[in-house]
Design a protein around this ligand. Structure first.
Ligand code: COA
Length: 356
């Protein structure tokens, strides 16, 4: 039976380190508050004019491609997951294709918008394409440049302190061996709480969800004209409606419920037990969430890869960065059962099990 395996993996984080103390200088926050609530001590931020979500994705992709022992021209499908794309459209998939210098047009480039679950969703899509024999070298990238769009005033502190920039990439190839590869993936979604963790404006919602779904009156300052003017208004900018918002405690409660559910489902599908897991690589949402899930699974500290302390939450990039680091540092060895899981905006969540 053909399975997909990760044949090459790499990551890239920008050089600029921003510590909690740096953030103390621009907003009312403290290193103590941030560390206690999230475990984060520092994060990386991209350099404007030099780094974007697509270019960082390309840097990570180059490493993954090289380690897979292929060339850029061998890539036959691109999947790019991000919530902080360079442009509203076109997506980062084609921008990264250009950045990589891939001129071949026989390949497709698919953009995935599943926020923190983006990498798991991408892995699941790639897995299906490889299993069916459709593609032989799928390049899957998760990348984010949060720092360009966050609110650095005290108003935005609950969100801003959490997020960081970076990229991770994998190349997926077919394998006939039953000793390696992706064993199972699952994906879940529930739109009920879409706005609990969301970046709403600018957007083409026209106020609909606030009028019809939310029992909430929000003034977006729409102009009194027949056509247009709804995507981005001066009012939105003046009233700080153009930043991500998050109901932290609600998100936390959902996350600690959905992470374990997705993992148990994956284990059950694969006919395995939680004791079989050698390494757990959670989406780096918050150290406290990862520790909670670790306890639920009964895993030792050395069986969980946490790097949120150094990079913050890099959303779609966090799993491939963490997996890449764990592999580079020898914490994931051949034959290990690796469990990946994510939860985030949407809400969307999911898990994957793979034999390294
Ligand atoms: N620095 C200092 N104080 C801050 C702060 C910051 N960066 N952010 C918020 N606060 C303040 C709040 O204003 C509030 O003050 P008040 O009591 O005077 O009103 C107080 O801290 C508590 O705020 P609250 O939002 O209830 O804090 P919390 O204990 O829930 O922690 C999070 C906030 C965001 C760390 C926490 O809810 C969390 O981690 N949630 C999950 C988020 C997550 O994982 N998101 C990604 C999902 S993929």
């Amino acid at each position: 039976m053909t399975r997909a395996k990760i044949a090459g993996i790499g990551y890239y984080v920008p050089e600029k380190v921003v510590t909690n103390q740096d953030l103390e200088k621009v907003m009312d926050t403290t290193d103590e508050w941030i560390q206690e609530r999230t475990g984060i001590t520092q994060r990386r931020y991209g350099n404007k004019y030099e780094e974007t979500t697509a270019t960082m994705g390309a840097r990570a992709a180059e490493k993954a491609i090289e380690r897979a022992g292929i060339t850029k021209e061998d890539v036959d499908f691109i999947i790019f997951a991000t919530l902080s794309p360079d442009y509203y459209f076109p997506g980062c998939g084609v921008l990264m294709q250009r950045e990589l210098g891939i001129t071949k047009t026989e390949i497709g480039a698919l953009d995935i918008r599943n926020q923190c679950s983006g990498f798991i969703y991408g892995l699941s899509v790639a897995d299906q394409f490889v299993r069916t024999g459709m593609y032989k070298n799928v390049l899957l990238v998760g990348a984010e440049t949060h720092s360009y769009g966050l609110d650095f005033s005290t108003r935005g502190r609950n969100v801003t302190v959490i997020f960081g920039d970076g990229a991770g990439a994998v190349v997926l190839q077919p394998t006939e061996s039953d000793q390696e590869g992706i064993l199972t993936t699952n994906m879940h979604s529930d739109g009920t709480y879409a706005e609990k963790l969301a970046y709403i404006n600018p957007g083409c919602h026209g106020g609909y969800h606030f009028e019809h779904n939310l029992n909430e009156e929000v003034d977006f300052g729409y102009p009194d004209v027949e056509y247009g003017g709804l995507f981005l208004t001066q009012h939105m900018m003046d009233h700080a409606q153009t930043f991500p918002n998050m109901e932290g405690q609600f998100v936390f409660k959902m996350a600690v419920q959905k992470f374990p559910e997705a993992i148990h489902e994956a284990l059950q599908t694969a006919g395995l037990e939680k004791e079989d897991i050698d390494m757990f690589i959670p989406h780096q949402a918050n150290l406290r969430i990862s520790q909670f899930v670790q306890r639920q699974l009964g895993l030792k500290d050395e069986q969980v890869w946490n790097n949120i302390q150094r990079y913050g939450n890099t959303t779609a990039a966090s799993i491939p960065i963490a997996l890449s680091e764990a592999v580079e540092e020898g914490a994931v060895k051949e034959g290990d059962l690796v469990c990946l899981a994510a939860f985030g905006s949407g809400f969307t969540w999911g898990a994957a099990l793979l034999r390294w």
